[in-house]
Design a protein around this ligand. Structure first.
Ligand SMILES: [Zn+2]
Length: 168
């Protein structure tokens, strides 16, 4: 299926930004993310908007698994590679709280993340894109459908984002 997005669409950043380089500021990132979410929420409703962010995150996770994670020996190796990648990209600090490989159930956390750390608390989880991202990466590894649900978020007062992940 042509998903309309390919890794090469990201372009040659070195060539395109010889002076400024690959890094930006979290404020610039959040302006894009939050104004886009605002427009999607107000035009399509929160539920559809969330579905779009989850779907986009899944696509990103699938592409990240294929293009940045590479060969993975086992689940522990995968989790280490995700943690290192998120650290390298300055996305967030990724940790595994619980992993039950038999039941295929996981509790994963991210802190100091791009999307919500430090935002005003309003009791609603904010990281739908990250739900998709985590599900997309794990789906790439397990080769089965995976869902991630954010049960704690900075915006709910938890100070950290916690994701309940299930497969199948
Ligand atoms: Zn969050």
């Amino acid at each position: 299926m042509d998903n309309g997005f390919e890794w090469k669409d990201l372009g040659d950043i070195e060539e395109g930004r010889p002076t400024l380089g690959p890094w930006t500021n979290v404020t610039a990132y959040r302006l894009l993310y939050m104004t886009l979410r605002h427009e999607l929420n107000s035009r399509l409703g929160k539920e559809t908007s969330k579905e779009i962010f989850v779907a986009a995150g899944k696509l990103a996770g699938k592409e990240i698994f294929q293009n940045l994670i590479g060969d993975v020996a086992n689940l522990t190796d995968l989790m280490t590679k995700i943690a290192n990648l998120f650290d390298d990209l300055k996305v967030s600090i990724f940790k595994v709280e619980k992993a039950d490989e038999k039941k295929m159930e996981f509790m994963l956390t991210i802190s100091e993340d791009l999307d919500c750390s430090g935002v005003p608390e309003d009791g609603e989880t904010k990281c739908a894109w990250d739900e998709g991202l985590i599900a997309g990466i794990l789906s790439g590894f397990f080769k089965v459908a995976t869902t991630a649900r954010e049960i704690d978020c900075w915006a709910t007062g938890a100070g950290i984002c916690r994701f309940e992940v299930k497969t199948g």
